[in-house]
Design a protein around this ligand. Structure first.
Ligand SMILES: NC(=O)c1ccc[n+]([C@@H]2O[C@H](COP(=O)([O-])OP(=O)(O)OC[C@H]3O[C@@H](n4cnc5c(N)ncnc54)[C@H](OP(=O)(O)O)[C@@H]3O)[C@@H](O)[C@H]2O)c1
Length: 298
């Protein structure tokens, strides 16, 4: 189980340990791992941890080797839960931030799937649960990289489900709506960090996230769903969790894009038409035309 020190991950590992599962919780920070073990022990739960940074290939290999030693073979199930937000307009998020998001939210989970599959196949089966997001199906402006990473995780999960079926490995995708965890706070910090004060999307999105953060439920429904993925004889390929996601996902599939674009303009405060330049402002170059300086150089 990756990302066990966070909001949803912590609730999942405590729930599974409470139900008698032999849980190996991945944590990238040793201090947090020790605190998690102590909290579990305080609740009378047995829970073991391994150090795991999903963005680092070597860490993934070492964590799985350690888990194999602990379990005498390897895990029966993998829950890819670790994830980070990356809020901000596409125009403001640089390559380094985008690459890190893809490392954590996409390449890390994909790598772990690849590394656990041979062991699962050798034991005749297993389960993989990938935690995506409702925003993996509803691309959300001012959070394009997060949506893109989760869309890609979704695609990868659907392919893996078919590819791993003959190995006896069942693969599920969980798509939560908004739940109360530190993640929304992290997204608000992103908006502050990359924000362009001239872009009205930042103010409106900050207000939207802050108001969602005040009203969202705790993450127990996600933990219940993950347990269902692990215990059901025939788990469903995908589980949409939370009222908001159960409303938004089908709505986004059914409505024409022009309508959903309108809704997104309204929610993010991003104008639908360009604002005319103040009178007296010299017109800038059009896309594809050389700028004034380029003309001078020519
Ligand atoms: N909360 C929501 O509303 C929501 C909605 C839809 C989907 N989700 C998804 O649910 C999952 C859990 O989110 P959350 O809300 O619980 O977030 P969170 O509270 O911010 O926790 C994220 C967890 O991921 C871990 N993590 C981050 N980078 C990592 C890395 N490189 N290697 C290993 N672990 C790493 C964090 O570890 P540290 O403690 O060391 O930072 C933390 O344990 C994510 O995949 C997220 O996209 C959340």
């Amino acid at each position: 189980m990756t990302g066990a020190t966070g909001g949803i991950g912590r609730v999942i590992v405590f729930r599974l340990a409470g139900a008698g599962w032999d849980v190996i919780a991945g944590a990238r920070d040793r201090e947090k791992a020790r605190a998690l073990e102590a909290d579990a022990a305080g609740l009378g739960l047995a829970l073991r941890t391994v150090q795991l940074d999903v963005a680092c290939e070597q860490s993934c290999r070492e964590a799985l080797e350690e888990a194999a030693e602990m379990t005498g073979g390897g895990p029966w199930a993998l829950v890819n839960n670790a994830g980070i937000p990356q809020a901000g307009a596409l125009a403001d998020v640089d390559d380094a931030r985008a690459r890190h998001l893809l490392e954590v939210n996409l390449l890390g989970p994909a790598r772990l799937c690849r590394l656990v599959l041979p062991g699962m196949a050798a034991r005749g089966g297993g389960r993989i649960v990938n935690i995506s997001s409702g925003l993996g199906r509803v691309p959300w402006p001012m959070g394009a990289w997060y949506s893109a990473g989760k869309h890609a995780l979704s695609a990868l999960t659907h392919c893996l489900r078919v590819e791993a079926a003959h190995l006896g490995v069942r693969v599920c995708l969980v798509e939560p709506g908004a739940f109360a965890t530190p993640m929304l706070g992290r997204a608000l910090t992103d908006l502050d960090t990359v924000g362009d004060p001239g872009n009205p999307g930042y103010g409106a999105t900050t207000r939207l996230f802050a108001s969602v953060d005040r009203r969202v439920p705790g993450p127990e429904p996600v933990a219940r769903t993950v347990e269902a993925c692990l215990t059901a004889r025939r788990p469903r390929p995908r589980y949409v969790v939370g009222r908001d996601a159960r409303l938004l996902v089908p709505l986004h599939t059914l409505l024409p894009l022009a309508w959903t674009d309108r809704l997104k303009h309204a929610a993010t405060g991003l104008p639908r038409t360009s604002t005319p330049a103040p009178t007296g402002t010299p017109p800038g170059p059009r896309l594809g035309e050389p700028s004034g300086r380029a003309k001078e150089r020519a």
